[in-house]
Design a protein around this ligand. Structure first.
Ligand code: IPM
Ligand code: MN
Length: 354
């Protein structure tokens, strides 16, 4: 297969983890005889500095002309405490999602046996947890009309039937490929937008009699997720709830640095870590490259290249088992491995293991 991949490394630790994500992608491509062509493009704070726009037109074009986008992270503390900044790095991320029509964000939450103790939750609660959160990504409060006054401000949580239906279909597709259980998370006891979600879901569930559909209020779901994470198979929810629940979900896995995601929709799909740009870690060779590397696995799987994806997963698992881990998940007294060393170990495993 010939793959054109747009590489958007962004800010903070982005370039460091991307280097490893690209190395792993190339190693897999070599092993399986795929031809990969990379095209680098700027985004985030870096792009504001260089082009005055966190998602410049040229970057958009590069994405549109590629088969997939590997994205790392955007964000810079220069903008975080500046409420009057006119452009922000995060706007680049939202522009990318909107312009590429990436309405479905797939965030798998899994545990690794050897890391269960890293979760702040008890082993017997998180052990074996394995679910996917499907977050609607181009609607809701993130994109609804807003007013930002000094005495009054609001955001609008707006959803159309079309938007709800298409994301629910993604949910059902994943549920059918897994354990046939879909949980629709909303706040239908309060929000009109949630009642639309629920009504549409109640109509659609008749088309999927083989899937068990249940409904859960978001406050309850956030509790259930840490009380009994094994309850869940596929969660589908709106943009804002999905943002919040997936950060909570990272506590099940034990480190944000392990969570990949895929954003798919109308145009080129994007594969990116769930975590952000971690500016404090920049340049220190301590960021965990695994979320980026597993995002590459999701990219191969998106193209139906499951063996390729599997080999990456196997290599990641082997690195964890061998104790080749970045500091935040290293066992006490274990050797020190940085971003580069972990990435190189995984790349080496992929290149050699036949
Ligand atoms: C995420 C991030 C983004 C979001 C930020 C950086 C805009 O938190 O991808 O979850 O809120 O969607
Ligand atoms: Mn988030």
């Amino acid at each position: 297969m010939k793959l054109r991949i747009a590489v958007l490394a962004g800010d903070g630790i982005g370039p460091e983890i991307m280097e490893q994500g690209v190395a792993v992608t190339s190693a897999v491509a070599r092993r399986f005889g795929h031809e990969v062509e990379y095209r680098e493009a700027i985004c985030g704070a870096n792009a504001i500095d260089l082009a005055g726009d966190p998602f410049p037109e040229e970057t958009f074009r590069t994405c549109m002309e590629s088969d997939a986008v590997l994205f790392a992270a955007v964000g810079d503390p220069r903008y975080d405490n500046d409420p009057v900044a006119k452009v922000r790095p995060e706007q680049g991320l939202l522009a990318m999602r909107k312009r590429l029509g990436l309405y479905a964000n797939i965030r798998p939450i899994q545990t690794f046996d050897c890391l269960v103790h890293k979760s702040p939750l008890k082993d017997e609660i998180v052990g074996g947890a394995d679910f996917i959160c499907i977050r609607e990504l181009t609607g809701g409060m993130y994109f609804g009309p807003r007013k930002e006054g000094t005495d009054e401000a609001y955001d609008t949580n707006i959803y159309s039937r079309h938007e709800v239906e298409r994301i629910l279909r993604v949910g059902y597709r994943y549920a059918r490929a897994r354990r046939n259980h879909l949980t629709v998370v909303d706040k239908a006891n309060i929000l009109a937008s949630s009642r639309l979600w629920r009504n549409v879901a109640m109509e659609m569930m008749k088309e999927y009699p083989d899937v068990r559909t249940d409904f859960m209020f978001v406050d309850n779901a956030s509790m259930r997720m840490i009380q009994e994470p094994r309850f869940f198979d596929v969660i589908v929810t709106e943009n804002t709830f999905g943002d919040i629940l997936t950060d909570e979900g990272s506590c099940i896995t034990g480190s944000m640095g392990l969570l990949p995601s895929a954003s798919t929709g109308e145009h080129t799909p994007v594969f990116e870590p769930v975590h952000g740009s971690w500016p404090q870690g920049k340049g220190l060779n301590i960021a965990n490259p695994i979320a980026q590397i597993l995002s590459a696995a999701m990219m191969f799987e998106y193209f139906g290249l499951n063996e390729e994806g599997n080999l990456i997963r196997q290599a990641v698992q082997a690195s964890l088992d061998a104790g080749v881990r970045t500091p935040e998940i290293q066992v006490e007294g274990g050797a020190h491995y940085g971003t580069r060393e972990v990435g190189q170990w995984i790349t080496g495993y992929i290149s050699q293991n036949l």
